[in-house]
Design a binder for this molecule. Structure first.
Ligand code: BGP
Length: 478
């Protein structure tokens, strides 16, 4: 299909992954234990649970990932062949500060990312780096209580300073916390929260602690932005928001009001990051709940003076909500959500909504007035490797066609300043929510199963050739 739309000349077409989902080598070259290393993988929809003991290698496929720690030169060569201009990954905090509270960083970990970043650049890929993608040193949780503890701000900013100083000359685009706002939705299972021990608290108290932990993350994010700009004013630091537009189930004004509150609740993190202050409704909500969120006197100034340079976001699906009749409009995913009769779902129940990308981009521009980057978008599916080594993933191509067209309309017709598009996940990796390999997102198939067994061999899917042509025509032919 020819869309008639072309993206700007310097548009960053790429792919995106996260360290703990593909690197493997979980205990190599001085790497410490991260929270991702001590989670049991749930199967299709089953929530992960935390264990206090490090599991024997093999229980959770992230211990091995796709062995990207050793295979990245060949994998980047494939990305180059595909024509990608950029690549998003994260730095595993535990490779740099194995326990999180050391005085000095681990040189072997720093050297690994030197090599990885240089190899990316040699392959024509602009590096786009997340500081914390669903992980942190496990010791910071067991010894300090994770992000509930304000001390985390110092540990995180020290880590941020070390990596900005080391890679800031080569890496322009950074993000602080991956999908920071998913903490409202995954109250009992979000990695950051689960590993702050919040699952052991009664719901109300856990909610208060979630807001407290989030405040510490927001201050840490603002300080990291400040540090980056001091080191190199050309660095662009973004927040990273999981964007799920929330629609009212009907045109009943009560449903519309609830949908608005759901958006306010999900995206206040974006408000603080982009506007530098908390919204009024949230301050009222905290006082109604009796929540006492502790803030240091300097925090308001830190947040106000160090807003982000751009908004990075993931987009997979939209949600639909109905009112519950509560005057304070408390948004509760379990109570308010329903299916959208106009949308189909993936095998994991994720509602497929290409139009929602355009809606979301307009909504964010109106609210935050920041440049944007799509750093995740994709279709998790069961792929089949044929005996002749092919993968016919037309369903993935169809998903991308719809979403890219909608994104292009937002740019060409609505004037949204979009810097790049990095579909999840370029190459097959371990699923974050289920721990499966079987939930695949890549243009490149990796021959490994849920237990990490297989040849590890890479195969190009049909979507590889398709995306190659999309990039070659700068988005004109989908
Ligand atoms: C996002 C995460 C990613 C990623 C993706 C797909 O929420 O930022 O880490 O994995 O979703 O989700 P999943 O792997 O659970 O299918």
């Amino acid at each position: 299909m020819t869309t008639g739309y072309k993206m700007p000349q310097d548009f960053l077409w790429g792919g995106a992954v996260a360290a703990h989902q593909l690197e493997g080598a979980w205990n190599v070259d001085g790497k410490g234990v991260s929270i991702a290393d001590v989670m049991l993988a749930g199967k299709n929809g089953v929530k992960r649970v935390v264990t206090d003991t490090v599991l024997p290698d093999g229980n959770y496929p992230n211990h091995r990932g796709i062995d990207f720690y050793h295979s990245f030169p060949q994998d980047f060569a494939l990305m180059k062949e595909l024509g990608m201009k950029a690549f998003r990954t994260s730095i595993a905090w535990t490779r740099i500060f194995p326990n999180g509270d050391e005085e000095t960083p681990n040189e072997a970990g720093l050297a690994f990312y030197d090599n990885m970043i240089d190899t990316m650049i040699d392959n024509g890929l602009e590096p786009v780096i997340t500081l914390s993608h669903f992980e942190m040193p496990y010791r910071l949780v067991t010894e300090y209580g994770g992000w509930r503890n304000r001390k985390m701000i110092d540990f995180f900013t020290k880590f941020a300073r070390v990596v900005f100083e080391r890679y800031g000359d080569r890496v322009k685009y950074w993000m602080t916390f991956n999908e920071i706002n998913n903490q409202t939705s995954w109250m009992d299972s979000h990695p950051m929260l689960q590993n702050s021990g919040l699952k052991d608290y009664p719901a109300e108290q856990a909610q208060e602690l979630m807001y407290q932990a989030s405040h510490h993350e927001l201050v840490a994010s603002a300080l990291a932005t400040k540090i980056a700009h001091e080191i190199n004013p050309n660095i662009m630091v973004g927040d990273m928001i999981a964007m799920n537009p929330v629609y009212p189930a009907t045109s009943n004004p009560e449903d519309i009001l609830m949908a608005q509150r759901a958006m306010q609740t999900r995206y206040y993190w974006g408000d603080v990051h982009a506007l530098g202050e908390y919204p009024n409704w949230l301050l009222k909500f905290w006082s109604h709940k009796g929540f006492d969120i502790k803030m240091a006197p300097e925090d308001a100034k830190i947040l106000k003076e160090n807003t982000v340079d751009y908004v990075a976001f993931s987009y997979y699906m939209s949600w639909t909500v109905s009112a519950t009749g509560d005057d304070y409009l408390e948004y509760d995913e379990e109570a308010n959500h329903g299916d959208n009769p106009y949308l189909k779902q993936s095998d994991w129940g994720w509602q497929i909504d290409p139009t929602g990308v355009r809606y979301a981009m307009n909504w964010m521009w109106d609210r935050w007035h920041k440049k944007m980057m799509i750093v995740e978008n994709g279709f998790g599916a069961y792929d089949k490797l044929t005996s002749s080594g092919e993968i016919h993933d037309q369903y993935r191509i169809d998903y991308f066609k719809g979403h890219i067209k909608s994104m292009e309309q937002a740019v060409a017709l609505d004037g949204i300043p979009l810097i790049g598009y990095m579909p999840w996940s370029g190459i097959d990796i371990v699923s974050a929510s289920t721990g499966e390999m079987a939930k695949r997102y890549g243009f490149i198939y990796v021959d490994l199963d849920d237990m990490g067994q297989g040849t590890g061999k890479r195969y190009k899917k049909d979507s590889f050739d398709w995306y190659q042509n999309v990039i070659a025509t700068n988005g004109e032919v989908l």
